[in-house]
Design a protein around this ligand. Sequence first.
Ligand code: SF4
Length: 214
Amino acid sequence: MPDRPRPAAKRPRSPRAGLAAVARDAAVCRRCDLWKRATQTVFGAGPRDATIMFVGEQPGDVEDRAGEPFVGPAGRLLREALAEAGIDAETVYLTNAVKHFKWRERGKRRIHERPNREETLACRIWLDSEIAIVQPRVLVALGAIAASLILPKAKVTRDRAKPFTSPLAEIVTVTVHPSSILRAPDSESRAEARRQFVKDLRNIAGMARQPRGS
Ligand code: SF4
Protein backbone atom coordinates (compact mmCIF):
# COMPACT_ATOMS: atom_id res chain seq x y z
CA MET A 1 0.00 0.00 0.00
CA PRO A 2 1.58 3.38 -0.98
CA ASP A 3 2.50 5.81 1.76
CA ARG A 4 0.31 8.87 1.64
CA PRO A 5 0.64 12.19 3.46
CA ARG A 6 -0.91 12.70 6.89
CA PRO A 7 -4.15 14.68 6.84
CA ALA A 8 -3.98 18.33 7.79
CA ALA A 9 -6.48 17.85 10.64
CA LYS A 10 -4.75 18.36 14.00
CA ARG A 11 -7.85 18.79 16.12
CA PRO A 12 -11.44 17.54 15.97
CA ARG A 13 -13.50 19.00 13.15
CA SER A 14 -16.07 21.62 14.11
CA PRO A 15 -19.76 20.67 14.08
CA ARG A 16 -20.05 22.59 10.78
CA ALA A 17 -17.85 20.05 9.03
CA GLY A 18 -19.66 17.14 7.44
CA LEU A 19 -19.12 13.53 8.39
CA ALA A 20 -18.07 12.81 4.80
CA ALA A 21 -15.26 15.40 5.03
CA VAL A 22 -13.96 13.88 8.28
CA ALA A 23 -14.23 10.38 6.82
CA ARG A 24 -12.10 11.51 3.86
CA ASP A 25 -9.43 12.84 6.25
CA ALA A 26 -9.54 9.64 8.31
CA ALA A 27 -9.17 7.53 5.16
CA VAL A 28 -5.58 8.78 4.74
CA CYS A 29 -4.71 8.90 8.45
CA ARG A 30 -1.18 7.87 9.44
CA ARG A 31 -1.25 8.98 13.06
CA CYS A 32 -0.25 5.50 14.26
CA ASP A 33 1.03 2.35 12.52
CA LEU A 34 -2.22 0.41 12.39
CA TRP A 35 -3.03 1.52 8.83
CA LYS A 36 -0.04 -0.46 7.52
CA ARG A 37 -1.59 -3.92 7.97
CA ALA A 38 -5.25 -3.01 7.59
CA THR A 39 -7.24 -2.95 4.36
CA GLN A 40 -8.84 0.44 4.94
CA THR A 41 -10.08 2.92 7.51
CA VAL A 42 -13.47 1.91 8.86
CA PHE A 43 -15.27 5.13 9.74
CA GLY A 44 -18.55 5.36 11.64
CA ALA A 45 -21.96 5.05 9.98
CA GLY A 46 -25.43 6.31 10.74
CA PRO A 47 -27.59 9.41 10.58
CA ARG A 48 -25.99 12.83 11.15
CA ASP A 49 -28.78 13.59 13.68
CA ALA A 50 -28.74 10.28 15.55
CA THR A 51 -29.92 10.49 19.15
CA ILE A 52 -27.81 7.53 20.27
CA MET A 53 -24.18 6.86 19.33
CA PHE A 54 -22.56 3.50 20.11
CA VAL A 55 -18.76 3.35 20.25
CA GLY A 56 -17.07 -0.04 19.96
CA GLU A 57 -13.38 -0.92 20.11
CA GLN A 58 -12.10 -1.39 16.55
CA PRO A 59 -13.21 -2.98 13.28
CA GLY A 60 -12.86 -6.75 13.03
CA ASP A 61 -11.86 -8.94 10.12
CA VAL A 62 -15.21 -8.65 8.31
CA GLU A 63 -15.45 -4.88 8.87
CA ASP A 64 -11.88 -4.37 7.66
CA ARG A 65 -12.72 -6.02 4.34
CA ALA A 66 -16.17 -4.40 4.01
CA GLY A 67 -15.15 -0.91 5.14
CA GLU A 68 -18.24 -0.68 7.38
CA PRO A 69 -18.56 -0.87 11.16
CA PHE A 70 -20.48 -3.63 12.96
CA VAL A 71 -21.18 -5.88 9.97
CA GLY A 72 -19.40 -8.98 11.34
CA PRO A 73 -20.65 -11.51 13.93
CA ALA A 74 -20.55 -9.04 16.87
CA GLY A 75 -22.32 -6.43 14.74
CA ARG A 76 -25.06 -8.91 13.85
CA LEU A 77 -25.54 -9.67 17.53
CA LEU A 78 -25.68 -5.93 18.30
CA ARG A 79 -28.30 -5.30 15.60
CA GLU A 80 -30.46 -8.21 16.81
CA ALA A 81 -30.18 -7.02 20.42
CA LEU A 82 -31.07 -3.45 19.38
CA ALA A 83 -34.20 -4.74 17.65
CA GLU A 84 -35.19 -6.74 20.74
CA ALA A 85 -34.70 -3.62 22.86
CA GLY A 86 -36.96 -1.59 20.56
CA ILE A 87 -34.16 0.48 18.99
CA ASP A 88 -34.14 0.78 15.19
CA ALA A 89 -30.50 0.16 14.16
CA GLU A 90 -30.99 2.51 11.21
CA THR A 91 -31.54 5.44 13.60
CA VAL A 92 -28.33 5.07 15.64
CA TYR A 93 -24.75 6.06 14.83
CA LEU A 94 -22.28 3.17 15.07
CA THR A 95 -18.55 3.74 15.28
CA ASN A 96 -15.34 2.54 16.93
CA ALA A 97 -12.69 4.10 19.15
CA VAL A 98 -9.98 2.91 16.75
CA LYS A 99 -10.60 3.01 13.01
CA HIS A 100 -8.12 0.42 11.70
CA PHE A 101 -8.16 -3.35 12.33
CA LYS A 102 -5.28 -4.54 14.52
CA TRP A 103 -4.55 -8.22 14.06
CA ARG A 104 -2.02 -11.00 14.22
CA GLU A 105 -1.73 -14.06 12.05
CA ARG A 106 -2.76 -17.52 13.26
CA GLY A 107 -2.53 -19.97 10.37
CA LYS A 108 -4.72 -18.51 7.65
CA ARG A 109 -6.77 -16.47 10.09
CA ARG A 110 -6.38 -12.86 11.17
CA ILE A 111 -6.93 -12.72 14.92
CA HIS A 112 -8.06 -9.54 16.65
CA GLU A 113 -5.46 -7.80 18.83
CA ARG A 114 -6.43 -5.20 21.36
CA PRO A 115 -5.23 -1.68 20.44
CA ASN A 116 -2.77 -0.20 22.93
CA ARG A 117 -3.19 3.09 24.73
CA GLU A 118 -0.99 5.01 22.31
CA GLU A 119 -3.02 3.82 19.31
CA THR A 120 -6.30 4.51 21.07
CA LEU A 121 -5.27 8.06 21.96
CA ALA A 122 -3.87 8.71 18.46
CA CYS A 123 -7.24 7.76 16.98
CA ARG A 124 -9.50 9.70 19.31
CA ILE A 125 -9.38 12.78 17.06
CA TRP A 126 -11.76 10.99 14.67
CA LEU A 127 -14.16 9.92 17.39
CA ASP A 128 -14.13 13.43 18.87
CA SER A 129 -15.02 14.80 15.43
CA GLU A 130 -17.88 12.34 15.05
CA ILE A 131 -19.25 13.26 18.47
CA ALA A 132 -18.90 17.00 17.73
CA ILE A 133 -20.80 16.65 14.45
CA VAL A 134 -23.53 14.18 15.42
CA GLN A 135 -23.98 15.58 18.97
CA PRO A 136 -25.80 12.48 20.20
CA ARG A 137 -27.97 12.86 23.24
CA VAL A 138 -26.88 9.45 24.55
CA LEU A 139 -23.30 8.26 24.01
CA VAL A 140 -22.66 4.59 24.75
CA ALA A 141 -19.26 2.92 25.19
CA LEU A 142 -19.30 -0.75 24.22
CA GLY A 143 -16.50 -2.31 26.26
CA ALA A 144 -13.44 -1.08 28.12
CA ILE A 145 -11.45 0.49 25.25
CA ALA A 146 -14.30 2.84 24.28
CA ALA A 147 -15.03 3.50 27.97
CA SER A 148 -11.39 4.50 28.53
CA LEU A 149 -11.95 7.37 26.09
CA ILE A 150 -15.48 8.57 26.78
CA LEU A 151 -16.15 7.49 30.36
CA PRO A 152 -12.81 6.75 32.03
CA LYS A 153 -14.22 6.75 35.57
CA ALA A 154 -16.61 3.90 34.75
CA LYS A 155 -16.07 0.19 35.12
CA VAL A 156 -17.97 -1.77 32.50
CA THR A 157 -19.41 -4.49 34.73
CA ARG A 158 -20.08 -2.21 37.72
CA ASP A 159 -21.59 0.70 35.80
CA ARG A 160 -23.35 -0.92 32.86
CA ALA A 161 -26.35 1.12 31.65
CA LYS A 162 -25.97 3.69 34.44
CA PRO A 163 -26.35 7.29 33.20
CA PHE A 164 -23.42 9.69 33.71
CA THR A 165 -23.17 13.35 32.81
CA SER A 166 -20.27 14.48 30.65
CA PRO A 167 -19.15 17.38 28.47
CA LEU A 168 -19.34 14.92 25.55
CA ALA A 169 -23.11 14.33 25.68
CA GLU A 170 -26.14 14.84 27.90
CA ILE A 171 -25.97 11.20 28.96
CA VAL A 172 -22.91 8.95 28.69
CA THR A 173 -23.05 5.30 29.63
CA VAL A 174 -21.34 1.99 29.15
CA THR A 175 -22.15 -1.64 28.52
CA VAL A 176 -20.28 -4.70 27.33
CA HIS A 177 -18.97 -5.13 23.80
CA PRO A 178 -21.13 -7.68 21.94
CA SER A 179 -18.00 -9.69 21.07
CA SER A 180 -17.66 -10.55 24.79
CA ILE A 181 -21.04 -12.32 24.56
CA LEU A 182 -19.80 -14.38 21.60
CA ARG A 183 -16.75 -15.39 23.67
CA ALA A 184 -18.85 -16.73 26.59
CA PRO A 185 -17.69 -20.29 27.37
CA ASP A 186 -21.00 -22.13 26.90
CA SER A 187 -24.49 -21.64 25.50
CA GLU A 188 -26.05 -21.03 28.92
CA SER A 189 -23.68 -18.20 29.87
CA ARG A 190 -23.94 -16.82 26.34
CA ALA A 191 -27.74 -16.69 26.62
CA GLU A 192 -27.52 -14.99 30.02
CA ALA A 193 -24.97 -12.43 28.78
CA ARG A 194 -27.22 -11.71 25.81
CA ARG A 195 -30.25 -11.21 28.09
CA GLN A 196 -28.27 -8.75 30.22
CA PHE A 197 -27.11 -6.90 27.11
CA VAL A 198 -30.67 -6.51 25.78
CA LYS A 199 -31.73 -5.29 29.24
CA ASP A 200 -28.96 -2.65 29.10
CA LEU A 201 -30.09 -1.57 25.64
CA ARG A 202 -33.71 -1.25 26.88
CA ASN A 203 -32.47 1.05 29.66
CA ILE A 204 -30.46 3.04 27.11
CA ALA A 205 -33.57 3.37 24.91
CA GLY A 206 -35.38 4.71 27.98
CA MET A 207 -32.63 7.31 28.56
CA ALA A 208 -33.01 8.51 24.97
CA ARG A 209 -36.77 8.91 25.45
CA GLN A 210 -36.53 10.87 28.73
CA PRO A 211 -37.67 14.49 28.52
CA ARG A 212 -34.66 16.79 28.32
CA GLY A 213 -33.38 18.13 31.64
CA SER A 214 -35.14 15.38 33.65
S1 SF4 B 1 -5.89 3.54 13.84
FE1 SF4 B 1 -6.69 5.61 13.88
S2 SF4 B 1 -4.91 6.91 14.38
FE2 SF4 B 1 -4.11 4.92 13.71
S3 SF4 B 1 -3.77 5.20 11.50
FE3 SF4 B 1 -5.81 4.33 11.76
S4 SF4 B 1 -7.22 6.07 11.75
FE4 SF4 B 1 -5.14 6.85 12.13
